[in-house]
Design a protein around this ligand. Sequence first.
Ligand code: DGL
Length: 270
Amino acid sequence: MAVGVFDSGLGGLTVNQAIAARMPDLPLVYLGDNAHTPYGVRDADDIYDLTCRGVERLWEEGCDLVILACNTASAAALRRMQESWLPEGKRVLGVFVPMIEALTERRWGDNSPPREVQVKHVALFATPATVASRAFQRELAFRAIGVDVEAQPCGGVVDAIEQGDELLAEALVTSHVEALKRRMPHPEAAILGCTHYPLMQAAFQKALGPDVTVYSQANLVAESLEDYLKRRPEMLGSGTRSRFLTTGDPVRVSGKATQFLRHGISFDQA
Ligand code: DGL
């Protein structure tokens, strides 16, 4: 009864960790496509092909349900996968919707027409591919009206994290927040629309200031997965053990994961 968690690299570990904390008995198989990270500078076809390959690898581990713990894959590939690729009995869920439901104060399955919500000025930080897809704005428009979204493509941040260069990642975060604030001086909320960014959450909060509410996805996705599995227990696959897999170099990836998550994580070759 394992669930798969997929990301281009280390970022999805933030989601994996939140799921494990919420459902400690649920076996999770994590796959980081570190050999091909970052996805955020690739085109949609490339992201689609890599994501399908990663998800297939998780099926081999007995995971019928895979969480795309990657906004870039969720934005660029998920809809196409669901419409034309997924075989019977398999499911792939993205990370966008739980966050947008939280921002728009909705419960799962609330399909009522879009309405006014509390927040009016939202800053979105995401990879260039996610920003270019406008998937966040599209999902938001289904649920809320009158929300002004200013999106900042945060080039270089995922790469710096994957290289283990925290100082560079922090400097880039500061400059991306400053660039956004020139266009939207007083956001009320900030969305970390890339699962790598919670690894730099303190830097985002510092640059944004204490008055800005920072939404990050990990806990929201874990909560929504728990809810989903209550409704669809048959989606628990046949796998029985938790594992961390990477398409990259397991020794190097284990070292970086341990550095960022601040506890020992050991990856195997995918
Ligand atoms: N963690 C991925 C996301 O949420 C990073 C994508 C990348 O590899 O650029 O978008």
